[in-house]
Design a protein around this ligand. Structure first.
Ligand SMILES: Cc1cc2nc3c(=O)[nH]c(=O)nc-3n(C[C@H](O)[C@H](O)[C@H](O)COP(=O)(O)OP(=O)(O)OC[C@H]3O[C@@H](n4cnc5c(N)ncnc54)[C@H](O)[C@@H]3O)c2cc1C
Length: 507
C-alpha cells in the first residue's frame, strides 16, 4: 500500500495532491525519479520544456566544490532551479517521497562545507539563483521583503539607485545572499555596531518544511511577543530544518562614514585600544584587527594603492550624521589609540581614499591566498569574550609559527571574533592545518568561547559541538531536527544532525 498515495487522496491540499504522482517506495533508479520531478516542474505537467533541472557535469561540480575552502569535491546528483515557493514545495514532497536528500545552494560563499551534499546518495541541490527578487520595499517601515537568492550587495545597490537612504548592514562575502546569510547566522565587519543575523535583522521568513507545508514565522511588525521565536529557530540552521523562500529584512539609515588605520606594537595593545575606543561610545561602525602577516599580504597582493607599515594594526570605520560628528569621533579615537601605543594614525582625506583603505581590509581572503601562490587556504573562525582575545590570538599565532605554517589573522575585534586563513600546499601541511584549527577551537572553547562566531558549523565544526555545548543541548537540537524532518532529508549530516539517530541509521 502506498501510504503517500493514500494521504494524497484523503487530503484536498494541492501540495498533497502533487504527491500522487510519486510511488512511495525506495528509490532504485535516480534517473526515473528525476523524470517524475521533471513532470512536476514542467509547465504542462508532461516533463516537456522543463528547464529547472540540470545534470550537466560542470553544473554539478559548481555546486559541490569551492576554491574558497578546503573540503573535497562532493557533487550532488542533480541541481534543481525553483522559481517559486510552490516549486520548492513540489521538490520537497518529491524528495520526501523518494527519501532523496536535499541541500540548498544560494550564494555558495559559506566556508565550512555547508552546501556540500555530505551523505549517500548525495541527492539534489536546490539552487536559489532564480529566486532573487526584491518583492516589496517599505521605506516608511525601514524593511524590505525579498526572495532568498537576493544578494545583500545588490539589495543595497538597488536602494541606492532608488534614492532610498537605507541599507542592510550584515556584510559577509560580496556574493552572499539573504537565504544563505539567514541560514548561516552570518555577520561581518558591521556586527560591532549592528549585531549579527541572530539579532533583529530578519523580521520573518516563509519556510517550506520537510513535510511540504509552508509556514510564515511571524508578521511584519517590527516586534512581536506572539509565541516562540520561529524566525530565530531557522536562523543558523543551515537548511536542516526547512527551506526559506521569502524573508522580510530590516533596514538601517545610511550614514556618512570614513576610515582610519593605525599600527600597534602587538595584538594585545591593539585589542585593548579597540575596546577602549568602543567604550567611549563615539560613532564606530567597524573596528577590525589585522596582524602583521596580513599587512605583508596586502602589500604583496598588489591591489592596494599604498604600502602599509608591517605591524599589527586596526582598521576603523567611523559613522556620523554630520562631517563635524565624524571629525569628533576621529579625534577621540586617535587620542585613545595613542594612549594604548598606537602610531601612524591615518585618517582618509577623501571618500575615495576611505573606500580604498576599506577595500584593502575587505580583500583579506584573496590577499591572504596571494601570500603563497599555488597554496590552498583553510579559512576558519572562532570567537571568545573580547578580553580573552589577545591571549587566544597570541597563542594561536605562536602555534602557527611553531608548526612552520603560514597564516593571516584578521579579527572583528569589537566582538572577540577572529579568522585565520592557514595556507597549505601538501597533504602533510593540510594535516598540520587541521591540527592547528583543532587546537585553536579547543583553546577558544577553554576561554569561554565558541567554535564559530559567524561562519557556522557545516561539516568543519560539527565535531566540536558537544564539547562546546554539552550532550543535552545538542540532544535538544536533534529533537527539534527529528520532529521537523523525521526522515532527515534536509541537508543531512550538517550542524547537529550528524549525531541524530535517524542519520546514524540511514547513512
Ligand atoms: C571572501 C569571503 C569573506 C567572508 N566574510 C564573512 C564575514 O565577514 N562574515 C560571515 O559571517 N561570513 C563570511 N563569509 C562566509 C559566507 O559569506 C557566509 O557564510 C554567508 O552567510 C553565506 O551565504 P551564501 O548565500 O553564500 O550561502 P550558501 O553558501 O549558498 O549556503 C550556506 C548554507 O545555507 C543554506 N541555505 C542557503 N539558502 C538557503 C535557503 N533559502 N533555505 C535554507 N537553507 C539555505 C545552505 O544549504 C548552506 O547550508 C565569507 C566568505 C568568503 C568567501
Amino acid at each position: 500500500m502506498f501510504i503517500g498515495f493514500f494521504i494524497a487522496q484523503q487530503n484536498p491540499n494541492p501540495i498533497w495532491q502533487a504527491s500522487r504522482y510519486i510511488p512511495f517506495s525506495h528509490p532504485k533508479d535516480f534517473e526515473s525519479r528525476i523524470q517524475i520531478l521533471k513532470k512536476l516542474l514542467s509547465p504542462e505537467g508532461d516533463g516537456q520544456n522543463c528547464d529547472k533541472i540540470s545534470m550537466d557535469p560542470d553544473d554539478l561540480r559548481n555546486h559541490g566544490f569551492s576554491e574558497n575552502d578546503h573540503f573535497p569535491e562532493m557533487l550532488p546528483n542533480a541541481v534543481v532551479y525553483p522559481t517559486s515557493t510552490w516549486d520548492v514545495q513540489l521538490i520537497v514532497l518529491w524528495a520526501q517521497a523518494s527519501e532523496i536528500p536535499i541541500t540548498v545552494y544560494s550564494g555558495g560563499t559559506s566556508l565550512e562545507g555547508q552546501y556540500r551534499p555530505a551523505c549517500h546518495p548525495r541527492g539534489i541541490c536546490i539552487d536559489m539563483c532564480n529566486m532573487d527578487k526584491i518583492i516589496e520595499i517599505h521605506e516608511d517601515d525601514s524593511d524590505l521583503v525579498c526572495q532568498p537568492g537576493a544578494r545583500w550587495m545588490d539589495i543595497n545597490e538597488t536602494l541606492k539607485e532608488k534614492g532610498i537612504p537605507l541599507f542592510f548592514p550584515l556584510d559577509p562575502a560580496p556574493g552572499a545572499t539573504i537565504g544563505g546569510m539567514f541560514s548561516t547566522g552570518c555577520s561581518g565587519t558591521n556586527a560591532v555596531r549592528y549585531g549579527t543575523a541572530k539579532g533583529e535583522w530578519f523580521i520573518n521568513a516563509t519556510v517550506v518544511l520537510a513535510s511540504g507545508h509552508v509556514i510564515k514565522t511571524r508578521s511584519r511588525a517590527r516586534k512581536s511577543a506572539a509565541g516562540f521565536d520561529l524566525t530565530k529557530l531557522f536562523i543558523g540552521a543551515e537548511g536542516t530544518l526547512g527551506i526559506v523562500t521569502e524573508v522580510t529584512i530590516r533596514l538601517a539609515p545610511v550614514l556618512p562614514t570614513t576610515v582610519a588605520v593605525v599600527q600597534f606594537p602587538n595584538v594585545q595593545k591593539a585589542t585593548e585600544a579597540a575596546t577602549a575606543a568602543l567604550n567611549t561610545g563615539v560613532g564606530i561602525q567597524c573596528v577590525e584587527l589585522v596582524d602583521d602577516v596580513f599587512i605583508g599580504a596586502i602589500n604583496k597582493y598588489g591591489m592596494s594603492k599604498q604600502k602599509y607599515p608591517v605591524a599589527d594594526s586596526l582598521f576603523f570605520k567611523f559613522q556620523g550624521a554630520t562631517a563635524a560628528s565624524l571629525a569628533d569621533t576621529a579625534t577621540v579615537v586617535k587620542r585613545v589609540v595613542e594612549e594604548h601605543g598606537g602610531t601612524g594614525f591615518q585618517l582618509a582625506r577623501t571618500q575615495e581614499e576611505a573606500e580604498e583603505l576599506w577595500s584593502d581590509r575587505k580583500n583579506a581572503h584573496y590577499a591572504g591566498l596571494a601570500l603563497a601562490p599555488g597554496a590552498q587556504g583553510w579559512p576558519t573562525d572562532v570567537c571568545v569574550p573580547v578580553s580573552n582575545l589577545p591571549q587566544l590570538v597570541y597563542e594561536t599565532k605562536k602555534d602557527i609559527a611553531d608548526a612552520g605554517m603560514l597564516s593571516t589573522i584578521i579579527g572583528h575585534v569589537g566582538d572577540g571574533n577572529f579568522h585565520a586563513l592557514i595556507l597549505f600546499k601538501t597533504e602533510e601541511e593540510k594535516v598540520k592545518a587541521r591540527e592547528l584549527v583543532s587546537r585553536m577551537v579547543r583553546r577558544a572553547i577553554a576561554l569561554d568561547g565558541t567554535c564559530t562566531g559567524e561562519h557556522g558549523v557545516g561539516l568543519g565544526k560539527k565535531e566540536y559541538l558537544i564539547e562546546e555545548l554539552g550532550h543535552n543541548t545538542v540532544a535538544v537540537m536533534n529533537m527539534i531536527k527529528e520532529t521537523l524532518d523525521p526522515k532527515c532529508i534536509l541537508n543531512p549530516g550538517k550542524v547537529s544532525t550528524c549525531f541524530s539517530s535517524v542519520i546514524l541509521r540511514k547513512y
